[in-house]
Design a protein around this ligand. Structure first.
Ligand code: SAM
Length: 257
């Protein structure tokens, strides 16, 4: 069977995305390492360092959307604690998939943050976020999550709603590779090698085929920056984003003024 999304009606997409992540939940972190040759760790560290959580006099409320297995949440709390001696800021991980959340909760129990109640996991659709009040969040993060959402504009609208004035939206996501020759090499790598790796490591070719296609479909960095601006945010820096590793990924940042 072909697991492409191209011919899938919109209302089925959310259900299919759920299935993809249920099927990869247990192998998720291992697959990330294999697929990105470990580079996703460098990107995630860069993402968290740029946000510098815990650098304020009052404890922060951070929302990590599509937070899955808690990878970003633990990094945010490690940074706040170790770099800024902030022992009070909290992270809420919101994800649509209970299987990913279950892996995250299990991992949280091995960190000091579970005991100190600095991390919490809630099942939420990024496009809805009805458990999160207006103007309640200092930092909104979403890493490798927004391209899986059916309506990117709804996610941005929710981000704007839940952030406090002065709050920061930051998104780490795959982007478009440049220059063209490199883009073609990357295309070959991702279309041939990634589904093969999916088969070898997770026994699941189709889920990884989906991941590759979702990366292809996601807008380029400038287009995505414009969408963030349209949602009401003021873009950080000149263009609102920073490219990582020849544009394989990008960090977009906007402030709710
Ligand atoms: N942020 C984590 C990381 O960087 O390792 C996980 C990223 S994983 C590729 C994508 C996550 O997005 C999955 O856990 C999936 O369940 C979640 N997701 C997909 N669609 C979603 C939606 N509409 N709302 C919330 N989470 C969603």
């Amino acid at each position: 069977t072909h697991f492409g999304f191209k011919d899938v009606p919109e209302e089925e997409k959310e259900y299919m995305v759920k299935n993809v992540f249920s099927s990869v939940a247990k192998k998720y972190d291992q697959m990330n390492d294999a697929m990105s040759l470990g580079i996703h760790r460098v990107w995630k560290n860069q993402f968290v360092t740029a946000l510098n959580p815990g650098n304020s006099t009052t404890p922060m409320r951070i929302l990590d959307v599509a937070g899955g297995t808690g990878d970003i949440a633990f990094r945010l709390l490690d940074h706040a604690t170790q770099k800024n001696q902030d022992y009070n800021s909290k992270v809420v991980v919101a994800d649509i998939n209970p299987d990913m959340l279950a892996v995250g909760k299990r991992r949280a129990k091995k960190t000091p943050y579970f005991e100190s109640r600095r991390v919490d996991f809630i099942e939420q659709n990024a496009e809805v976020l009805d458990k999160i009040p207006d103007n309640s969040i200092d930092i909104f993060t979403i890493a490798f999550g927004i391209r899986n959402c059916t309506h990117i504009d709804k996610v941005l609208e929710q981000a704007y709603r839940v952030l406090k004035p002065g709050g920061v939206f930051s998104c780490l996501e795959f982007s478009k590779v440049y220059p063209p020759l490199l883009a073609e090499m990357y295309r070959q790598y991702s279309f041939k090698f990634l589904p093969l790796l999916g088969t070898l490591i997770a026994g699941d070719r189709e889920s990884y085929q989906y991941l590759v296609e979702s990366i292809e479909r996601f807008p380029d960095a400038d287009t995505f920056a414009k969408m963030i601006e349209r949602a009401g945010f003021t873009l950080a820096g000149e263009r609102g984003y920073e490219c990582l590793t020849f544009g394989v990924a990008a960090i977009h940042t906007g402030v709710k003024l």
